[in-house]
Design a protein around this ligand. Structure first.
Ligand SMILES: Cc1ncc(COP(=O)(O)OP(=O)(O)O)c(N)n1
Ligand SMILES: Cc1nc(C(=O)O)sc1CCOP(=O)(O)O
Ligand SMILES: [Mg+2]
Length: 224
C-alpha cells in the first residue's frame, strides 16, 4: 500500500462500527441503527453476521447488500467479517479475518485489490499479518467485552503501544469493551481508530453515541 493510501485508511477507520442483525432487535432495527450511527459520524462498518441467532442464506445476502448500499450512499467503508464468498458477492470494500479464519497468505491472494484487516492479539501475530500483506490490524480485546464469546483476555492499551514501539506501521484499530468513557485512552495510546459493537448497537440513540464518540476520537487524534 502507498503511504498516502495508508494515511487515508487511518482516517477512514477512525470510528469503526461492527455489527450484525443479532446485535439488534430485528433486521429492520439493524438498518435503522446502522443509518443513525453513520449519521453521527461512523467512518467504517463491518458486517459481522455471526453466531446462533444470525441470518443465513438469501436473507443474509439481502441484508448485507442493503448495509453495503447504506454505507456507499454515505461514503462509509464497508467490510465483511470472515466470509470471503459474501465479500465477493456483495462487492464489499474488504474483508476482516482473525487468527482462526484460515491461511492468511491464501486469503491475501483471494482478496487482491480489496482491504484486508487482520486481528492480532500479540506482537508476533501483528508481525505475521504485516509480512503477509494485511492492510490494517485489529488489536484486542483492549478491555473486557461481552460481545464476543471466544474473546481472549484483555490486553489493555499497552499492547497498542508495544506494536508501535516495534514499528508496526499499518493502521491500528483497537477493539473490545471500548466506550465513550475510555475511547480517548485508546487513541492517545496511538490507535488510528476504535472498533465497537455495543457502544453503538446497544444504546438508546446510536446517532448521539456515535456523534460523541466521533468528536472524542478526532480531538484525541489532534493531541497525539
Ligand atoms: C476490527 C476488528 N478487529 C478484530 C476483530 C475480531 O476478529 P476475529 O478474531 O476473527 O473474531 P470474529 O469477529 O470473527 O468473531 C474484528 N471482527 N474486527
Ligand atoms: C468482535 C470482537 N473482536 C474482539 C477481539 O478482541 O478481537 S473483541 C470483539 C467484540 C467487541 O464488542 P464490544 O465493542 O461490544 O466490546
Ligand atoms: Mg473472524
Amino acid at each position: 500500500m502507498r503511504t498516502s493510501a495508508i494515511k487515508d485508511l487511518k482516517q477512514q477507520l477512525s470510528l469503526y462500527f461492527v455489527a450484525g442483525t443479532m446485535n439488534c432487535d430485528s433486521p429492520e432495527a439493524f438498518e435503522r441503527i446502522l443509518l443513525q450511527a453513520i449519521q453521527g459520524g461512523v467512518t467504517a462498518f463491518q458486517f459481522r453476521e455471526k453466531g446462533a441467532k444470525s441470518l443465513r442464506g438469501e436473507k443474509r445476502l439481502e441484508i448485507a447488500n442493503r448495509a453495503k448500499q447504506i454505507c456507499r450512499e454515505h461514503g462509509v467503508l464497508f467490510i465483511v467479517n470472515d466470509d470471503l464468498e459474501l465479500m465477493k458477492s456483495v462487492d464489499a470494500d474488504g474483508l476482516h479475518v482473525g487468527q482462526k479464519d484460515g491461511d492468511l497468505k491464501t486469503i491475501r491472494e483471494a482478496t487482491k485489490g480489496k482491504i484486508l484487516g487482520v486481528s492480532a492479539h500479540t506482537l508476533a501475530e501483528a508481525e505475521d499479518a504485516v509480512s503477509k500483506g494485511a492492510d490494517y490490524i485489529g488489536v484486542g480485546p483492549i478491555y473486557q467485552t461481552a460481545s464476543k464469546e471466544d474473546a481472549e483476555e484483555p490486553v489493555g492499551v499497552a499492547r497498542i503501544k508495544e506494536f508501535l514501539m516495534n514499528h508496526i506501521n499499518l493502521p491500528l484499530v483497537g477493539i473490545g469493551g471500548i466506550t465513550i468513557k475510555n475511547v480517548s485512552e485508546v487513541i492517545l495510546a496511538g490507535a488510528d481508530g476504535a472498533a465497537v459493537i455495543s457502544a453503538l448497537s446497544g444504546v438508546d440513540s446510536p446517532e448521539e453515541a456515535s456523534r460523541k464518540m466521533s468528536k472524542i476520537i478526532q480531538s484525541a487524534k489532534r493531541d497525539v
